[in-house]
Design a protein around this ligand. Structure first.
Ligand code: AMP
Ligand code: MN
Ligand code: MN
Ligand code: MN
Length: 311
């Protein structure tokens, strides 16, 4: 059977709107078999997500009415994170998959990034205040419910206050380079993000490479540096990539000896253009990152299958 993977998603532990348990339940209901929770600079949602995945998992069993093995075999949760990186004065996101959230060195790095986030949130608020929009820090923090404060929280707040029609418009008017509430990132170094992930037993993946709008030369430089630092894969299929991007990036993955990942970057039902369980297959010419993974889920499934009869 074909397993459906979604290796990039967010919960309320960062800027998603579903709590980890709700996210897992929705992924399961939409036919995702293997889900990675990859919150920005935080692993706080993983415990709840793992517990929820454990509850939704049930070994494959024979459906008595049809004599078929039922396909609904539950959900495997891959512990992940999406680390903010500054690379050549640009923000790039590196995903860690199968990380050990108890790893101290990784947690120290993530804590530094969260400290920067908090300072940045105050700075965004100061800049918005100069622009005539007062008291946004406390309100954005309230939106974040004590978790990391992201630009997304400011965006939701500004929509609610009527400064823009939707999130896209807030970003365009206030929160991107050259706009009044923009603060440039001082995130992790690429090599530190990758080593933080691999040091925690994980695999590093460049998130949504097509989103960075890099020239071919710069994309090659990024891929070379990432590979040299010990990176494993690039997101070939992403909720924010076009079909053309899939094929271009599959070729880059092959050229650079990198594996291919696939993830929606789901942030919640308020963003209906991205849904769980709707990702197309990876192009045939690339090697999926999960090729060598062993899943409790697959194993549980395999162990209940009848042993093939010899001819
Ligand atoms: P931050 O990491 O706090 O700088 O926030 C980045 C997050 O903002 C991304 O992970 C997206 O979820 C969201 N985001 C970035 N650009 C846009 C945009 N143009 N429209 C809507 N959301 C965006
Ligand atoms: Mn986000
Ligand atoms: Mn991202
Ligand atoms: Mn993301």
């Amino acid at each position: 059977m074909t397993l459906h993977y979604d290796l990039h998603s967010h919960s309320t532990a960062s800027d998603g709107t579903l709590c980890p348990a709700e996210l897992v339940a929705r992924a399961h209901a939409r036919g995702v078999h293997v889900l990675a929770l990859t919150d920005h600079d935080s692993t706080e949602g993983l415990a709840e997500a793992m517990a929820a995945a454990g509850r939704s998992r049930h070994p494959a069993s024979r459906d008595i009415s049809t004599s078929m093995y039922v396909r609904d075999i539950g959900l495997d949760l891959v512990p992940g994170v999406e680390i903010s990186v500054s690379w050549n004065s640009q923000t790039v996101h590196i995903i860690g998959l199968h990380i050990d959230p108890a790893n101290q060195a990784l947690q120290k790095k993530l804590a530094e990034l969260r400290d920067f986030r908090d300072w940045r949130a105050q700075e965004i608020a100061r800049r918005l205040e100069k622009h005539g929009i007062a008291d946004t820090y406390e309100d954005a923090k309230a939106y974040a419910k004590g978790k990391i404060v992201s630009r997304t929280h400011f965006a939701r707040l500004l929509v609610e206050r009527g400064h823009a029609r939707d999130l896209q418009q807030v970003f365009k008017r206030f929160l991107v380079h050259g706009k009044p509430g923009y603060v440039s990132g001082e995130w992790a170094e690429l090599k530190d993000a990758v080593s933080g992930i691999t040091g925690a037993g994980g695999q590093a993946v460049i998130a949504h490479p097509a989103r960075y709008k890099l020239s071919a030369t710069r994309l090659r430089a990024l891929l070379t540096e990432f590979k040299d630092a010990g990176g494993t894969a690039i997101e070939v299929v992403s909720g924010s990539h076009s079909r053309d991007d899939y094929f271009t990036l599959a070729n880059y993955a092959n050229q650079f000896g990198l594996l291919a990942s696939s993830g929606s970057d789901y942030h919640g039902p308020e963003h209906p253009w991205i849904e769980l369980g709707r990702l197309p297959e990876l192009p045939k010419n690339c090697v999926p990152i999960w090729t060598e993974w062993s899943h409790p889920l697959c194993n549980a499934f395999a162990s209940t299958l009848p042993t093939p009869r010899r001819a």
